[in-house]
Ligand binder design. Structure first.
Ligand code: SAM
Length: 196
C-alpha cells in the first residue's frame, strides 16, 4: 500500500485535516501535553525542525490569551531547513539547526535565557539504513540540546524526538547531566512501526 493511501485511512491524518492542522504530528504534541502539561506558565517557545508547522500551530493556540502582555508576551520562534507558510505570531527562521549561525540567530531572539520550552521534532530524510538514520537524527537532537542549553530558563522544558537506537542510553546520559528529570514517552499518534 502506498504511503498516501495508508495516511488517508489514518485517524490522526483525518483529525489533522478536520482541525486545520498542517500535519498529523500536531496530535503527538497534543497528547504529550495532555500527559505532561507542557504549557502552564509558558510564554516563550522555540520550535525546532518545525515545518510544515503543525506543532507551531498547537503552540500558538495554547499560548493565545488576551492577558499576554509585558513579560507574558507570547514569543514563538520556529526554525526549519525548509520554508514554512507564515503563521500569525510565529517568527520564522529558515536554517540548519546544526549550524552555528542558525543557533546564534535563535539565541539572539532569546537573549537572557528566556525560553520556557524548546521543542524539536527533527528527523532526517530516512535512508532505510537504521544505524545511519539514527546517527543523523541523534545529531539533530544534540544540536537542539545545545540550543536549549543556551536559551532555556532554569527549570525550562526540552521536548525532542528521539529515534530509539543503540546509542539511546548515551544520549539520555547527556540529557540527565543537564535536566533534573528525563522521561521517554511514545504518544499513541506515533505509528507502531516508528522508532521515534
Ligand atoms: C517530522 S518533520 C517536523 C514536523 C513538524 N513538527 C510539524 O508538526 O509540522 C521534521 C522536520 O525536520 C526538518 N529538519 C531536518 N533536518 C534539519 C536541520 N538540520 N535543521 C533544521 N530542520 C531540519 C525537516 O526539514 C522537517 O521539516
Amino acid at each position: 500500500m502506498g504511503k498516501s493511501s495508508r495516511d488517508k485511512r489514518d485517524v490522526f491524518y483525518r483529525l489533522a485535516k478536520e482541525g486545520n492542522f498542517r500535519a498529523r504530528s500536531a496530535y503527538k504534541l497534543i497528547q504529550i501535553d495532555e500527559e505532561f502539561d507542557l504549557f502552564t506558565g509558558v510564554f516563550h517557545v522555540v520550535d525546532l525542525c518545525a515545518a510544515p508547522g503543525s506543532w507551531s500551530q498547537v503552540v500558538s493556540q495554547r499560548l493565545a490569551s488576551d492577558k499576554n502582555e509585558g513579560e507574558r508576551a507570547v514569543k514563538i520562534v520556529a526554525v526549519d531547513l525548509q520554508a514554512m507558510a507564515p503563521l500569525p505570531g510565529v517568527v520564522q527562521i529558515q536554517g540548519d539547526i546544526t549550524k552555528k549561525g542558525t543557533a546564534e540567530a535563535i539565541i539572539e531572539h532569546f537573549e537572557g535565557k528566556s525560553a520556557h520550552l524548546v521543542l524539536c521534532d527533527g528527523a532526517p530524510d530516512v535512508t532505510g539504513l537504521p544505524d545511519f538514520d539514527e546517527y543523523v537524527q541523534a545529531q539533530l537532537l544534540l544540536a537542539a540540546f545545545n540550543i536549549a542549553t543556551n536559551v532555556l530558563v532554569p527549570e525550562g522544558t526540552f521536548l525532542a524526538k528521539l529515534f530509539c537506537g543503540k546509542d539511546v542510553l548515551v544520549l539520555l546520559s547527556h540529557l540527565q547531566k543537564f535536566f533534573k528529570e528525563v522521561v521517554i514517552a511514545k504518544p499513541r499518534t506515533s505509528r507502531n512501526s516508528s522508532i521515534a
